[in-house]
Write a protein that binds this ligand. Sequence first.
Ligand SMILES: *[C@@H]1O[C@H](CO)[C@@H](O)[C@H](O)[C@H]1NC(C)=O
Ligand SMILES: *[C@@H]1O[C@H](CO)[C@@H](O)[C@H](O)[C@H]1NC(C)=O
Ligand SMILES: *[C@@H]1O[C@H](CO)[C@@H](O)[C@H](O)[C@H]1NC(C)=O
Ligand SMILES: *[C@@H]1O[C@H](CO)[C@@H](O)[C@H](O)[C@H]1NC(C)=O
Length: 761
Amino acid sequence: MKLWYVLFVVLVICYYGFAERNMPKKTYIVHMDKSSMPLSYDDHLQWYDSSIKSVSDSANMIYTYNNVIHGYSTRLTTSEAESLEGQPGILLVQEERIYQLHTTRTPEFLGLDESAAVRLEAGAVSEVIVGVLDTGVWPESKSFDDTGLGPVPSNWKGTCEVSKSFAASSCNKKLIGARFFSQGYEAAYGPIDETLESKSPRDDDGHGTHTSTTAAGSAVTGASLFNYAMGTARGMAEHARVAAYKVCWLGGCFGSDILAGMEMAVSDGVHVLSLSLGGSVSDYFRDTVAVGAFSAMSHGIFVSCSAGNSGPTPESLSNVAPWIATIGAGTLDRDFPAHTILGNGKNFSGVSLYSGKPLSTSLVPLVYSAKASNSTSGILCMTDSLDPEKVAGKIVVCDRGGNSRVQKGIVVRDAGGIGMILANTDSFGEELVADAHLIPSAAVGQTAGDAIKKYVSSDPKPVATIGFSGTHLGIQPSPVVAAFSSRGPNPVTPEILKPDFITPGVNIIAGWTGKVGPSGLKSDTRHVDFNIISGTSMSCPHASGLAALVKSAHPEWSPAAIKSALMTTAYNAYKNGEPLEDIATGMASTPFDYGAGHVAPTAALDPGLVYDADVQDYLEFLCALNYSSNLIRVVTKQAFTCDSGKQYKVGDLNYPSFAVPFETTSGKGGGSSEPAVIKYTRTLTNVGTPATYKVSVSSETRSVKIAVEPELLDFSRTNEKKNYTVTFTATSMPSGTVSFARIEWSGGKYVVSSPVAFSWT
Ligand SMILES: *[C@@H]1O[C@H](CO)[C@@H](O)[C@H](O)[C@H]1NC(C)=O
Ligand SMILES: *[C@@H]1O[C@H](CO)[C@@H](O)[C@H](O)[C@H]1NC(C)=O
Ligand SMILES: *[C@@H]1O[C@H](CO)[C@@H](O)[C@H](O)[C@H]1NC(C)=O
Ligand SMILES: *[C@@H]1O[C@H](CO)[C@@H](O)[C@H](O)[C@H]1NC(C)=O
């Protein structure tokens, strides 16, 4: 009896021990309150270690963090994480989030910076270091040529991490540092398979080489992708230095690695950080990028992030923390026309970066993929969905969506097809994406696509051909807001307008990896030095490079001042006064699409006035969000207690734009509801020549009265500060309604312009 009992107990213990050991583990980022370390510990690492060991004897430290947060990352079961969270000194135990690159993966449109016009003394710019957290770099890219650059800036403390696939000579006076962070990725996925990706700063993907050379690549003459977009490729800050932090791997960009990369970049001495990646949107304290960016900002580092590619859906933004510059995407004035000629004589224009043997001008049979397949995936030309008997020798019309655009051409080719027309559906409208297709292909907008499909179904013997006509410049209107560019309102803090502004992000040519072809597909064995791709991933490094230029002209400016300069000088209308177009609708775009507008680099160098903000302002912003002291410490590392006697207001953060959410009052039939009054305060700092500024307000709506007080601001000294208040008085509007206005301060040669976005919820 007793023996049975003992055996039973032993079995139960073994079972639970075994079960616990086999519970799936996840990576957690553990935020510690370093100030509450018990005196019994000699140093915080010992303390961190014993906190892990107290919940799991098998858990190991992945990283410890001391710059961007106080804490560490480790792998725990859910129950271990829960018991850790209850312990003293632990602020937050946050499951690691995985971030994705904000590119559309396949090559798309093209274009080059209109901001090459910005000419600054190379000397000052060459002191600025742009850190890029991404997939690494291809150091052999000509864009990293360091000819003519002086010695590495003296503040630089970073290094070049050498491995068998990344020689010490990979770094030079342009690419001054390169590191990789894989411990979080490997803790989750196991050791990196070096036959698939190199465990070094080397870029096996292309994305990181593209973003870092967009931000600060050297000028390369005669750059092109298969002769498309021929010209000089240059980064926005062509003389600035690049430091690469590889944090993204085949499986994604892991939060623990991103945090380690940001931690290192801050201590290495970068001046600008560029992150073309994002995750699902969340409170700032749960968002690794937001937390890391806060620390970077507090060190004077400008952080620019992609807004996301989830447009045109409203509220689709990521990276919306107010201490981050959130960058959307617009088009350039460059195009790659391709023409589809049908048997009925009609000629439809589209785009393509196809570079192989063209089709003959004689017409060949045309088929719609929906009629060449017996599965529903046929319509999208998914792998193996096409019937070779119905496709052989023909041009196939495929609908866009579902799989990669270049992949569709490969599916057509594999079924014996000889060409492809890639037709936009509802979700893409008239947005055209040019790709380096492997078979003769043209992308067409929805209108053309519908007409072509109608012809195919109505003609008993439909025929067509596709012709290509290279690169065209001077496309108007441009820029237009890209359909994919993520849109406001701000899903986390509706009182802060996001995105901040747009830069070119469609059909961007920049450096590429030697590891994969331009489509990024395994079956694409072509090698290119430059590639043309699209996404807010491409617009973010434009902003990073431009911030580096502003920083070099004004080394003492804070990140908020630099962002203000880029925002208040941005434009939201074409030269003829028409508002910037949204390609998703073909109609006027709004501040929820472009924020302050499209960047105007030359004006940004001399903005007149700036809306500055420092760490204290953001602490007060977090108080206004009702963050507890513990959560404030998680985000900022600071011991800060909000003053309970003070009324903090989210909308009072000294931001260069205005978002004003009103609540729709549920007025009873006929009853007139009280107008809602919202008051925002702002502080302007003079960074230009002395001037008296006068305010002017333009508004689309009569439902909101806008009163600015005072209406004149007289600045006579540099760095002089003046406050003003704006009172918005609104009558109720139907819920879901939005409207827009603009507040402009004009003085001397300056116009300091801010968008206003009203919404009724
Ligand atoms: C089709 O139209 C384009 C201009 O839109 C023109 O360049 C091309 O020559 C035309 N092709 C034919 C066969 O009409
Ligand atoms: C279509 O159906 C036929 C007959 O069922 C089958 O042999 C063929 O493989 C199918 N084709 C595709 C593309 O699914
Ligand atoms: C913060 O708390 C105050 C008082 O409870 C409330 O009025 C306010 O709406 C809250 N602010 C936010 C952003 O949740
Ligand atoms: C401007 O506003 C700030 C914060 O609201 C305040 O501290 C400062 O005293 C004001 N400055 C002037 C000149 O009124």
